[in-house]
Ligand binder design. Structure first.
Ligand SMILES: [Zn+2]
Length: 135
């Protein structure tokens, strides 16, 4: 478990380490990191196979990384980009797995900062699995 990272400020170097760690864990190619001091949302670029993230991302760097990495996991699992509905159920499955792998417990992921549909599915699943509440 790598929970120690989550309590430390995420740097560019740690963000890259996160991507490499998770890629190994889920056996997918590691997306490259596109560190940006201007990016405020974070994004996954499938064509460039990169994740854009930076200190101004409103969700926070780690939450953004978990979310964007889940796009690549979902993409690799489905072998499809699946737009125009990228935040579908398969994405939530991937997000759940990435959150569980990173935090040890998906309840520790910041579901409140997710898109409403993703948040609703995540919170519903937390109830179903009755996993511990965020502390
Ligand atoms: Zn997204």
């Amino acid at each position: 478990m790598t929970k120690k990272y989550s309590s430390e400020p995420m740097t560019k170097q740690k963000s890259r380490a996160f991507l490499n760690h998770m890629a190994k864990k889920f056996r997918i190619p590691a997306p490259s990191l596109n560190w940006s001091n201007r990016e405020t949302r974070g994004s996954a670029d499938y064509y460039d196979y990169s994740i854009k993230v930076g200190p101004k991302c409103w969700k926070g760097i780690i939450t953004t990384l978990v979310h964007e990495f889940a796009h690549f996991l979902s993409y690799q699992r489905l072998n499809c980009i699946c737009s125009p509905r990228p935040h579908n159920r398969q994405f939530v499955d991937a997000l759940w797995d990435v959150a569980a792998a990173w935090y040890g417990d998906p309840a520790h992921y910041d579901w409140e900062r997710e898109y409403p549909s993703v948040r609703a599915l995540g919170l519903k699943r937390l109830k179903i699995f009755n996993v511990s509440k965020r502390s």
